[in-house]
Design a protein around this ligand. Structure first.
Ligand code: ZN
Ligand code: FE
Ligand code: FE
Ligand code: ZN
Length: 268
């Protein structure tokens, strides 16, 4: 099977990843990955999470770093994207900012619930003092709101709250995922099969087979992302990701350009 595009890649600019964009491109080239999309974290605006993202002044450097790779011929094809957080009130800054820059792909992620960075290892202990099911419910409610904004092309790591292994019951999970997937489908958004979870305590791809099968029934298109924070993580776990997608009933995946998706068959 030919390698698939990797649509979730960070760079050193976000302060918690290593490697310039060119190092990621070289790694993708070695793996014969046909297409890659940089989706570094959206810059800190309005004082939002400045420790885990580039300063707004660094954004032009990000843009140049990616553009420099787009100018040279050869593989892989390089796309310009961003991983933008959804949080209460983000629309105020995002609507204008996203329209100014010509992104190929805007990946929408929820990393915070009421100001708690629930996937941050430094804040992991909070999980021991919260109602796990209520936390997951709040997370999926945020995903529904993310979809309703119409600002994003796909949702990143859809069941991220499982990262450290805290989960609701299977029945409760299904009930809370349903409206979120309906919202994603109505917004004509995709979801990402994100292999970073394989490298985290949960040791699973995001999202689970159960959620992916529910998404497939709604014809929600998928793409693949390693969420690489170092060049060595490019394309990591994609063999397992493809297997999971097929098991969920998927026969195609999307590629995107200037925010327009097109479906391509999953081979093999
Ligand atoms: Zn990150
Ligand atoms: Fe993320
Ligand atoms: Fe990411
Ligand atoms: Zn991510």
């Amino acid at each position: 099977m030919n390698p698939l595009p990797d649509y979730h890649i960070h760079t050193v600019l976000c302060k918690h990843a290593v490697g310039e964009a060119a190092a990621y491109e070289a790694a993708a080239n070695r793996l014969r990955i046909p297409e890659m999309c940089f989706t570094d974290h959206v810059p800190s605006m309005g004082g939002y999470d400045p420790e885990h993202r580039m300063a707004l002044e660094a954004f032009s450097r990000y843009k140049e770093m990616v553009a420099a790779l787009q100018w040279c011929d050869g593989h892989p094809e390089v796309l310009f994207g961003i991983e933008a957080d959804y949080y209460e009130g983000c629309e105020d800054v995002l609507i204008k900012w996203l329209s100014v820059h010509e992104f190929d792909f805007v990946l929408g992620s929820v990393h915070f619930i009421n100001g708690w960075g629930f996937d941050n290892p430094d804040e992991r202990h909070v999980w021991d003092s919260v109602d796990v099911a209520a936390t997951w419910r709040a997370y999926f409610e945020a995903v529904s709101k993310l979809a309703a904004t119409g600002l994003f092309d796909a949702v990143g790591h859809l069941d991220l709250p499982k990262k450290f292994g805290y989960r609701p019951s299977a029945i409760a999970l299904k009930k809370m995922v349903r409206p979120a997937l309906d919202g994603i489908s109505e917004a004509r958004m995709g979801i990402e099969i994100n292999t970073a979870g394989l490298r985290k305590p949960v040791k699973e791809i995001y999202p689970s087979l159960e959620i992916l099968a529910m998404a497939q029934k709604r014809a929600i298109p998928i793409c693949f992302g390693s969420d690489a924070h170092s060049p060595a993580e490019i394309g990591a776990g994609f063999d397992l990701a493809v297997r999971l997608a097929k098991k969920a009933g998927y026969t195609d995946y999307f590629r995107i350009r200037k925010r327009k998706k097109r479906l391509f068959p999953l081979e093999g």
